[in-house]
Design a protein around this ligand. Structure first.
Ligand code: GDD
Ligand code: MG
Length: 357
């Protein structure tokens, strides 16, 4: 149990890859499998035995505190520290240093969905007497991440953030254990990137930086595709969480939702409060935020439908993000990464890929 370890969760980024969804909510508060995304991460931190968590925020900071309060409902003691202007990942960590007391501190990127055994990461840190230990995973395309080669002893050899020519498919999973004394060396009061400045600097001066590699479930929720697939994995129980509001299965349907008897809602779809799904509609592997309406006969696949948005009869939406309150008119067809900004209204037949109907 990690009851002698404190945690820091970084939730400061604007999440620009998820606009238009993040215009009104910070990315970690987007409803994911029925609860704000951050609840899943916090529940896993708590399940590992950690009690004290400091949230380092900068963007729409008050929304976190309004929802999670002092953390008691999660069994946590939550402290909020707000950056006046975003200080970057390293600056965000340094900015909360004065609130930490434990000898070792876990730090989490707040947008990662992960099934790793956190106790095992801390064990690696202790056994190797590391200054910092990084959780590492292997991915198909490492270019969007921090590439982290290690030697046979698990010692980190380099940290290459978002490089076009990564030497290995092993990447930084966004979960670290810091000796607090090392964390306290990060400069305060200015922008610091832990990936581009702190880790390369530690390696240069010969600090012991360990890698803990495993093949647990892992996904960065930064892109709409990852958000929607990660949410479906949570709903279906593929990604572990102690914060689901219902049993795992083909869908999670929150109270007040009205799903027609002959509608098909499956593939890990999360149906928010007061959503309406009409007759014969088909919704697969999607996120329907509170108050969204999927009219009769509409098809929604692997898409995020914002709060109060309407997908009118016979429309077909695939791999798209529909902003809050937007309207996709009857028989429109949207696909392949399209994003509709909040409040935009597409008229019936307004946009199609196939012949007229
Ligand atoms: N407090 C604070 N202040 N947090 C921040 C700031 C800031 O200025 N900037 C970013 N963050 C938080 C984000 O909210 C997110 O939770 C985390 O730091 C990482 O930022 P992202 O913007 O999501 O980075 P990324 O996904 O491109 O890359 C990072 O994560 C990858 C794994 O998911 C890097 O750490 C990569 O090395 C890593 O592979
Ligand atoms: Mg990220």
């Amino acid at each position: 149990m990690l009851d002698d370890v404190e945690a820091v969760v970084l939730v400061g980024g604007k999440g620009t890859r998820l606009r238009p969804l993040t215009l009104s909510a910070p990315k970690p508060m987007l409803p994911t499998a029925g609860v704000p995304f951050l609840a899943h991460l916090l529940s896993r931190i708590r399940a590992a035995g950690v009690r004290r968590v400091v949230l380092g925020t900068s963007y729409l900071a008050s929304t976190f505190e309004e929802h999670f309060g002092d953390g008691e409902s999660l069994g946590l003691e939550l402290t909020y520290v707000v950056e006046e202007a975003p200080l970057g990942t390293g600056g965000g960590i340094a900015n909360v240093a004065e609130h930490l007391t434990s000898e070792n501190v876990m730090v989490f990127n707040g947008d990662v969905l992960c099934g790793t055994d956190l106790g095992a990461v801390v064990n690696t840190h202790r056994h190797t007497d590391a200054d910092v230990t990084l959780h590492l995973v292997r991915v198909q395309d490492p270019r969007a991440y921090g590439c982290v080669p290690t030697d046979d002893d698990g010692r980190v050899l380099a940290f290459l953030e978002k490089t076009e020519d990564p030497p290995t498919d092993q990447i930084n999973a966004g979960c670290y254990v810091f000796k607090r004394s090392v964390l306290e060396e990060i400069p305060r009061g200015r922008v610091v990137s832990v990936e581009r400045e702190t880790f390369p600097g530690l390696l240069e001066r010969g600090a012991r930086v360990s890698g803990h590699v495993d093949n647990a479930y892992w996904r960065d929720m930064g892109t709409p595709g990852d958000l929607v697939h990660g949410s479906a994995d949570l709903v279906r129980g593929v990604a572990p969480s102690a914060a689901l509001p219902g049993p795992v299965g083909e869908s999670i349907v929150l109270e007040g939702a009205d799903v027609a008897k002959d509608a098909f809602v499956f593939g890990g779809t999360a149906v928010g409060r007061d959503v309406v799904v009409g007759e014969g509609a088909k919704v697969e592997g999607s996120m329907l935020f509170d108050g969204a309406v999927i009219a009769a006969g509409a098809i929604v696949e692997s898409s995020v439908i914002g709060a109060g948005a309407r997908i009118e009869a016979g429309a077909h939406v695939r791999d798209a993000v529909i902003g809050d309150r937007a309207v996709v008119g009857a028989h429109c067809e949207l696909k392949g990464g399209m994003r509709i900004w909040p409040d935009v209204q597409l008229p019936p037949h307004g946009i199609r890929f196939s012949a007229d109907v």
